[in-house]
Ligand binder design. Structure first.
Ligand code: HEC
Length: 167
């Protein structure tokens, strides 16, 4: 290698080395700057925070009695749930089909003679038969009158409504 070539090579390597050094320096400088500015602002931005909180919030929550933190949420959920139907409403929606006209051996609503012997069985039995279904001597009473979407309490209220008006 001639002296001239060697000089060129040395200078060339020096320039390349300097450029690599500057590149690395710029890279870390940029990272440091974004850490101190962009990222910091983003993490502190209430809008960004609320979006993250929304994304991370649990799907459901278990509310224990005395757990005051959840009380408001529980109250809101109870408020939003549809109010239970009254005994009369349940009767009109689910029981009247059979019990008004006396279809298929169903004791008629308001018929004291038909209900008298049944009432003597006691409310508990009547509610149980209305909820779980009952095969008697005059016909078949389907569970909840076929309205499985109704709660046990609603069915019990309907039985009470029938009994109150059939004696
Ligand atoms: C598909 C017709 C039908 C529907 C709907 C129906 N019932 Fe009945 N139910 C009957 C029949 C039939 C009997 C009589 C069964 C027997 O004693 O042979 C009966 C009997 C009863 C009895 C008396 C049970 C006993 O132990 O004597 C009650 C209480 C009663 N139904 C409540 C209800 C209520 C409450 C609803 C509405 C949620 C309802 N039924 C809807 C057909 C029906």
């Amino acid at each position: 290698m001639s002296a001239h070539d060697k000089k060129f090579f040395d200078t060339f390597m020096l320039v390349i080395g300097a450029m690599i050094f500057i590149t690395v320096l710029l890279f870390f400088l940029a990272r440091y700057m974004s850490d101190e500015t962009q990222e910091k602002w983003q993490k502190e931005d209430p809008l960004v925070r609320s979006v993250i909180d929304e994304r991370l919030k649990p799907v459901g929550r278990v509310a224990k009695t005395g757990d005051t933190a959840n009380e408001a949420a529980v109250a809101a959920a109870v408020e939003a749930a549809p109010a239970a139907r009254s005994g009369e409403e349940v009767f009109n929606q689910a029981c009247s089909v059979c019990h008004v006209a006396g279809v298929a051996g169903a004791p008629k609503f308001g018929d004291a003679a038909a209900w008298g012997p049944r009432i003597t069985k006691g409310m508990e039995t009547l509610v149980q038969h209305a909820t779980l279904g009952f095969q008697g001597t005059s016909g078949y009473m389907p569970p909840k009158g076929g309205r499985m979407d109704m709660s046990d309490a609603e069915i019990a209220d309907a039985v009470a409504y029938i009994v109150d008006h059939s004696q």
